[in-house]
Design a protein around this ligand. Structure first.
Ligand code: F6P
Length: 335
């Protein structure tokens, strides 16, 4: 019979994502509603190593559902990659009487969650760990969706719509770099949403002549006088792409690297709802005696996956969005 959960620790780790606060709120409020104590671990896995924590109750998460960033701060922890760091973290869990940890973050966070759960098992600890996917990159293999992605897309779209106004007026080419780390989900969704002339993503090998030069030439022939090229940071640097456009097409592009602005801002409805549902489901799974798990989305539904299995899953990149983008760009038809 599983040990009943009496106290959980919750943390946010890795790059912050809009909606992390909403997930935190949901975890604390759901736990409280089941009579489970909640402790906020600050600064990601480092907080668990250094006993950096705060007691949390329903009022400590008031007025944060609409806020970007994370109330608990976040960090990437090198020390937590070591067995020594994990042992210190287990010491803190014991000291605080934590039966479970809910970790909110991306793949680095989940790697930490897996390491901690394995080390706990090795040491005979009954600690359980649940993961909630939150990253603007949407690059978690086991989950179709990650908290923060929709807001980041909307932020990038808003910025690019503004760029388009000035590019149109000056009849210029704009090269915009968006985040996403090694993945092109953000770039592709944003490119589709702004009607980009070309989108460069790491999932597709770049053929500069075909993917950029030819598209701009065709657009020019079709009467377009401004061009929007969206580059995923994992596919190359906007500066370099711009230089090649200057050399090979003869345009004078302007470069915009959107950067960390994409990580901030009030979460969208989709991110607030997903975060609230995932936070609630994580606590429910733990309270119902689930072992180490990841809360994920699959075909629009929330699912609770066994952690080891979940973290081996790979996400198939959906190229259909790329094909749609190509079909809808006015430069792709026959000459
Ligand atoms: O993983 C989220 C993310 O914003 C990536 O898109 C980006 O590559 C990275 O974090 C930036 O990290 P940092 O905040 O450490 O500069």
């Amino acid at each position: 019979m599983e040990k009943q959960i009496k106290r959980i620790g919750v943390l946010t780790s890795g790059g912050d994502a809009p909606g992390m606060n909403a997930a935190l709120r949901a975890v604390v409020r759901a736990a409280t509603s089941w009579g489970i104590d909640c402790v906020g671990i600050r600064r990601g896995w480092n907080g668990l190593i250094n006993s950096d924590f705060i007691r949390m109750d329903t009022s400590s998460v008031s007025h944060i559902i609409n806020k970007g960033g994370t109330l608990l701060y976040t960090a990437r922890s090198e020390e937590f990659r070591t067995v020594d760091g994990q042992d210190k973290a287990l010491g803190t869990c014991k000291l605080l009487g934590l039966d479970a940890i809910v970790a909110i973050g991306g793949d680095g966070t989940f790697r930490g969650a897996l390491d901690l759960s394995r080390r706990a098992a090795e040491k005979g600890s009954s600690l359980r760990v649940a993961g909630i996917p939150a990253t603007i990159d949407n690059d978690i293999g086991c989950s179709h969706y990650t908290i923060g992605f929709d807001t980041a897309c909307n932020t990038a779209i808003e910025c690019i719509d503004k760029l388009r106004d000035t590019m149109q007026s000056h009849e210029r080419c704009s090269v915009v770099e968006v985040m996403g780390r090694h993945a092109g989900y953000l770039a592709l969704n944003v490119g589709l949403s702004v009607g980009a002339s070309a989108v460069l993503i790491p999932e597709r090998e770049l053929d500069f002549e075909k993917d950029v030069v030819e598209k701009i030439r065709r657009a020019r022939l079709a009467g377009t006088t401004h061009y929007m090229v969206v580059v995923a940071e994992g596919a190359g640097s906007a500066m370099e792409i711009s230089e090649r456009i200057r050399e090979e097409v003869g345009l004078d592009p302007r470069v915009t690297v959107l950067g960390h602005v994409q990580r901030g801002g009030a979460p969208s409805a989709q991110d607030r709802v997903t975060a609230s549902r995932m936070g609630y489901t994580a606590v429910k799974a733990l309270a119902e005696g689930n072992g180490n798990c990841i809360i994920a989305t699959k075909a629009g539904q929330l699912v609770t996956l066994e952690m080891e299995e979940a973290l081996q899953m790979k996400k198939e990149f959906d190229m259909s969005a790329y094909r749609i983008l190509e079909a809808l760009t006015n430069n792709c038809g026959p000459l």
